[in-house]
Design a protein around this ligand. Structure first.
Ligand code: ZN
Length: 240
């Protein structure tokens, strides 16, 4: 058996082949994290436990449908830009069906982050601070594509990001840092944005699939947010 293991290792076969021999072999070869499926496991529960998306988990294990088998060893993919969002959201009590929209915003300025916008919103009289649920950085005052989670999301409070109280109560506000009247959002910012929106729509425990919208479609004639360079057409194609 030892000989065989060394042989497989030497040949450098992929994790998929090694996984057939179980987790102990993987530990020996220094491979990535694995999870051995036990009765009652679901892809969703395993994904949440390891803070990865179901999509990433299925891709890493070449799983097509939803079936996993007891005893099957799954390769756990690496952390993603939304791992901390998955982890933080797993502990929340979310009213099923409440979040019906995802509302995209730009901040309109190149500087700032969740903390500074939160302070500004408080100065403007918003007692719950930061009006958005999430802020996605541009590399200046937070990481490029870094997703910051606002206190309203963590406390499941209404947003303060649009004029309509209906949309504040039922819309998840996501702000990309920058002025998209002047430039396009960065590639990493958009990659994080779509990763977050994909997850909110397809996997997050919301009890509904929130529809995609943007600030200026909600508050018609009152704002240009998220700016003329926001990729509306691409997002419409992606989210319908
Ligand atoms: Zn806005």
């Amino acid at each position: 058996m030892n000989t065989r293991r060394e042989f497989l290792t030497t040949l450098g076969l992929g994790l998929g082949a090694l996984a057939l021999d179980g987790p102990s072999l993987l530990a020996q070869t220094g491979g990535g994290r694995t999870h051995k499926v036990v009765a009652g496991d679901t892809l969703g529960a395993i994904a949440t436990r390891y803070k990865v998306t179901v999509t990433a988990l299925k891709t890493a294990n070449r799983i097509k449908g939803d079936r996993i088998l007891v005893g099957q060893v799954l390769v756990i993919p690496g952390a993603s830009v939304i791992s901390h969002v998955i982890a933080a959201t797993a502990g929340l009590k979310i009213e099923r069906g409440r979040w019906r929209y995802v509302v995209a915003h730009h901040s309109g300025i190149e500087a700032g982050n969740a903390k500074s916008y939160g302070a500004a919103h408080r100065r403007r009289g918003m007692e719950n601070g930061l009006a958005y649920d999430f802020v996605i950085g541009n590399g200046k005052d937070s990481g490029d594509g870094e997703i910051e989670i606002g206190p309203r999301w963590l406390k499941q409070l209404d947003g303060g990001h649009v004029r309509s109280s209906f949309y504040n109560a039922h819309g998840i506000g996501i702000c990309l840092v920058g002025n998209f009247e002047k430039r396009r959002p960065g590639a990493r910012q958009m990659a994080s944005f779509t990763a977050l929106v994909d997850w909110l729509r397809d996997e997050a425990p919301l009890g509904a699939r929130p529809r995609f919208t943007v600030h200026r479609w909600v508050d018609k004639n009152h704002t240009v947010c998220p700016g003329k360079f926001f990729p509306y057409a691409a997002m419409k194609r992606r989210y319908g």
